[in-house]
Design a protein. Structure first.
Length: 240
């Protein structure tokens, strides 16, 4: 699905990016206003709403249709392969999403299916770790107040709308990733409960330094540290 087609195309504004390091910040208020505007459009656009509702409904339909087979498979794995279960007999799993760029929107399907199984008492999701696009999907999934992929889908649509309206958006991001993603991360963990879920269960993989050493960052001290970690994981531009 081309999420950008959900929006009515209008002449774009050119948004200037700025260094993220030290005291040099992107124009946070500008990007906050931009995010407000784009999110409002996504939530009010009937085509976008239909895509989101259809995707979430299909995930639930698929789980319900195959519920018995899924339960039989899990029981077999628990019995034969000794998969771990908690005191209530629920399978406990950690989720790992690799970097896949913006194709990581597909993680929304994975999360919605697992969330449906969790609500049925079939399994229990514990930690969610991701890298790059997988990290973006992880923070968006964990931040959702209803353990749903709705937040993830909405914000990927927001980005698609921005990219569609911004001249040479892909070329510009070869040099520096848009600050829009950092603003998205700030927005989704603004709620205390959302930040607590990300802080306790979110793990982000980052490759940094001259040797691209791998780091796993988690249990963040504050929101801004959390935002910077998830932003760094997806920052693969020439100046990143």
């Amino acid at each position: 699905c081309n999420f950008a087609s959900c929006a009515s195309l209008t002449p774009s504004r050119i948004y200037t990016s700025c260094c993220l390091r030290g005291s040099c910040r992107p124009f946070m208020s500008e990007y906050s206003e931009l995010l407000d505007s784009l999110l409002k459009e996504v939530r009010e656009d009937e085509s976008c709403k239909k895509v989101i509702d259809d995707l979430l409904s299909y995930a639930l339909y698929s789980v319900t249709k195959n519920e018995n087979d899924i339960k039989d498979t899990i029981r077999n794995r628990v019995s034969v392969r000794k998969w771990p279960v908690n005191a209530e007999g629920e399978l406990e799993i950690d989720v790992l999403w690799p970097g896949a760029g913006y194709n990581s929107v597909a993680c929304g399907g994975s999360f919605e299916v697992l969330a449906a199984l969790e609500k049925m008492g079939v399994l229990k999701m514990r930690d969610v770790m991701g890298a790059s696009g997988g990290a973006a999907s992880a923070i968006l999934a964990l931040a959702d107040e209803n353990c749903s992929s709705r937040t993830l889908l909405e914000y990927y649509m927001v980005y698609a709308m921005w990219a569609d309206r911004t001249p040479r958006s892909n070329m510009r991001q070869l040099w520096k990733a848009t600050p829009l993603w950092a603003e998205i991360y700030r927005r989704v963990i603004k709620n205390d409960d959302a930040f607590q879920r990300v802080r306790e269960r979110g793990y982000v993989a980052v490759a940094g330094g001259k040797t691209f050493q791998n780091w796993i960052l988690h249990h963040f001290v504050d929101r801004e540290q959390c935002v910077q970690a998830y932003e760094a994981s997806g920052e693969a531009s020439l100046s990143g």
